[in-house]
Design a protein around this ligand. Structure first.
Ligand code: 4AD
Ligand code: MG
Length: 478
């Protein structure tokens, strides 16, 4: 007999389920306990191992829902079926209590269908082999089939949700800032132009033939758009792809990366920003550790052995704070020889950032009040002497270096106008000056590189291993 399944949204299609229709479940659901023992189920996934023993064939099937595979036990009639490592299968049977202590249940199959075959000789990943991240990186179209990369993708997905939940839980409104923009927020000359073929406008040129009539770029930061919104909301954030034409092959730079940015209104203190950065980091990490424990363990046991202890320490201790001026003193007093200069006024390089983090107990470290001349036009002038600094803060973390960068924004119309005029930007940023004319409030914000965050909590050395499809100079695969 067939019955209409209750509570199934029909969307115009009437679905009929036979009473004997097996319940389609995910491997994670099957392995979550023994409540489903005795239920007829259907599982769809990819074979991670095949072993024949006595009368039976044992398969491990993974469907991406958890790092653990489900053990499937099938009868001898399947011997000879093209069941190989990597093939896709559709398995129907009954869940039974497993005699092994390794898993609570196993699936006694009465039907196994090979949905997609996989040639073990040609498939680049080999059964029972633990391939290194560098090796699997060569196969961006296939690496999601490995345990380690599927774990990374689950962690990435949970971390995204955790960050969203942190901001929403704290009263921030999410703003979808544009990917295509006509501003160069950071002014660092790292823009990718956007134009249909044959329509490329030169810098500063405006012409009707151009698609947007003005030069347009892929965004390097949503900050200025968030600043617009901070004129109407106390807290806003954005989380999306960001693009930088940085000619760097380093282990912490990408041409396309995801950035989380927040903007807080009615603040005059860098401490308000550092509090949000630290809280967001800790809250998202706790969420990820709770929701993806096995996935994170895989990294802490096989990729960055023992890194779990470092993460625990980051979660329990307060982050350190020093000023840029103190940081320069520390560097100048150190016995280490650095490749780059450590004079007051020079930007901190990766080697300096790593030294400072180690010097301060290998814990996340806020460095505040950078030289004014190192910061973009929007940074608030501290108007101090003899050193001239801006109200800026970077968060440096072990193994990665700079994770977040933020500033209080210059809210004083006259100071901002003078700075824009100095850079010849007054006309370009007329609208930005307007923000300071109409109901302006002191505000500030920061951006956190999402891939660097994942590197930091997982202990992954190369940023290309924490993003599904890395883009960097001379590489845009797929
Ligand atoms: O320090 P940045 O350049 O700050 C801004 O863009 C500000 N407008 C953000 C704001 O205040 N709303 O970038 C922020 C973070 C860096 O600290 C770093 O973690 C990451 O973005 N980042 C990169 N990550 C990967 N590849 C790159 N090429 C990156 N450039 C910056
Ligand atoms: Mg920065």
């Amino acid at each position: 007999m067939c019955v209409r399944a209750p509570n199934v949204p029909s969307r115009g299609i009437i679905r009929h389920y036979c009473k004997t229709t097996p319940r389609k479940i995910r491997v994670a659901e099957a392995l979550s306990g023994t409540e489903l023992v005795g239920t007829r189920v259907k599982v769809q996934g990819w074979v991670r191992s095949v072993r024949s023993q006595k009368e039976n064939l044992f398969l491990h099937v993974n469907d991406g829902s958890t790092v653990q595979p489900l053990q499937v036990v099938a009868g001898p009639e399947l011997n000879g079926a093209p069941l190989t490592f990597g093939c896709a299968v559709d398995v129907t049977g009954s869940l039974v209590k497993s005699p092994s202590r390794k898993q609570p249940v196993e699936l006694r199959a009465d039907h196994v269908r090979v949905v997609g075959q996989c040639s073990p000789l040609q498939f680049p990943f080999k059964i029972k082999e633990r391939h290194g991240l560098e090796y699997i990186r060569q196969f961006p179209h296939l690496r999601c089939r490995t345990n380690v990369f599927s774990a990374l993708l689950r962690i990435r997905s949970e971390a995204t949700a955790a960050i969203q939940s942190y901001f929403r839980g704290n009263g921030f409104v999410q703003i979808h800032t544009p990917v295509i923009t006509s501003n160069d927020c950071e002014g660092a000359g790292e823009l990718f132009g956007v134009a249909p073929p044959g329509h490329v406008a030169e810098e500063g040129e405006e012409r009707d033939g151009h698609f947007f009539s003005v030069p347009a770029f892929l965004t390097v930061s949503g900050q200025l758009h968030l600043e617009v919104m901070s004129g109407a909301f106390p807290g806003v954030y954005t989380f999306g792809p960001t693009f930088r034409a940085e000619n760097s092959q380093s282990r912490r730079h990408l041409a396309e990366f995801y950035m989380v940015e927040a903007e807080l209104s009615f603040t005059r203190s860098l401490e308000d920003l550092t509090t949000v950065m630290e809280d967001m980091f800790k809250s998202a990490t706790e969420h990820v550790l709770a929701r993806c424990a096995e996935d994170v363990d895989l990294f802490h046991k096989h990729i960055a052995v023992g890194h779990g202890r470092n993460v625990d320490a980051m979660l329990t201790k307060r982050f350190n704070v020093i000023s840029y001026t103190e940081a320069i003193d520390v560097l100048n007093r150190s016995s280490q020889t650095f490749t780059f200069k450590t004079d007051w006024g020079c930007d901190l390089q990766t080697e300096h950032e790593k030294y400072l983090v180690k010097h301060c107990g290998d814990m996340p470290l806020f460095v505040t009040d950078y030289p004014y001349d190192l910061k973009p036009f929007y940074a608030r002038d501290n108007q101090d002497h003899p050193q001239h600094t801006a109200a800026a803060v970077d968060l440096l973390v072990p193994g990665v270096g700079e994770l977040c960068g933020g500033t209080l924004r210059e809210e004083r119309l006259d100071v901002l106008r003078a700075r824009l005029a100095h850079g010849g930007l007054e006309d370009t940023y007329g609208w930005y000056l307007d923000l300071r004319r109409f109901g302006s409030v002191p505000h500030g914000g920061f951006g956190m590189g999402f891939e660097r965050y994942l590197q930091c909590i997982l202990g992954v050395d190369n940023i290309k291993d924490v993003i599904p499809f890395p883009r960097f100079p001379h590489s845009c695969l797929l």
